[in-house]
Design a binder for this molecule. Sequence first.
Ligand code: PEP
Ligand code: MG
Length: 375
Amino acid sequence: HFEGEQVEDDLVHAVSRIMAHADGARRLRVRTNADTPEDAARARRFGAQGIGLCRTEHMFLGDRRELVEKLIVAEDEDTQHAALDALLPLQRQDFIEIFEAMDGLPVTIRLIDPPLHEFLPDLTELSVRVALAEERGDVEERDRVLLRHVRRLHEQNPMLGLRGVRLGIQIPGLFRMQARAILEAAADSVAAGMRPRPEIMIPLVASVRELELVKADILAVAGEIEEARGVTLDYSVGTMIELPRAAFLADRIAKEADFFSFGTNDLTQMAWGFSRDDVEASFFARYFEHAIFDVSPFESLDQLGVGGMVEMGTKKGRKTRPDLKVGVCGEHGGDPRSIHFFDRVGLDYVSCSPFRVPVARLEAGRAVLLRRADG
Ligand code: PEP
Ligand code: MG
């Protein structure tokens, strides 16, 4: 209850006291999802204790899209290598800036996980290209565009297609380039007096073998850089758990992973079989009406089904590796109800968008205080 001229100061003081109380009580650490140094810096001001998810595919849009398109559709290795060589310094600079913004705090960088359709020309763009080629009488170019984009790479279900680790295996130099950019950026940052802590994360893993293959590449790149620069880098390699199969095999997957991060957006999509891109579809209204759920499972964690996999995956992972660090970086990481669940099942941290960091800190504190109050 505030009165008089001191209202604003009193309010700021009260909020800081509440935050301090929550921070003192909470067990969960709170990180942020951030892909740019600006977002990283903003989240730090809100109290983020690291980056839990840096989505690197966003770094390949805009001016760089053309290079990525070349990389994805190229049929010859020379074109692919040229595209990778052009991307490496750009990526290195991206990471240097992020390490600078988060100096000393852990930064989980997820290797590229593009639903392929986001990088391919849309149908309008494609038809323009084809029409222009036809106008020029360039039949070869027309067929090339059509063949590469439509027949070879068009997917009926891009979210179930060539994404994440699958793309990394399909285009072997891609993840290696990213690992090199991350670790060279880390070495540069160390040379500049900083303490970068990259955590390299592999997306959409379903089998141990996928992780083994990619991890071997990352370790080889790291070894080369450490030797060439004469430094020991403080890095780790982990995986997202965002497919039901990965949750079931978490004990085996943990043999190859330093950390797990639950991708509850995909895990929800895969568990319910609802497309995460169509959640506004009108049939959801009937689902609310018939009380099949009272809130969209994409908004607040379905604690029974998806949560069951999070709990099981955490237990299985830690059985193999008791020191396994476990977090969540899906949208649910910033949702109050879901945070109470993540606290209860023993996750180490939640990661959410910068503006949700204060709420996550509060809820993580309340989760502990309420549990204590309940005895
Ligand atoms: C997820 O699937 O929950 C996740 C964090 O990854 P993305 O949303 O980028 O697929
Ligand atoms: Mg995902």
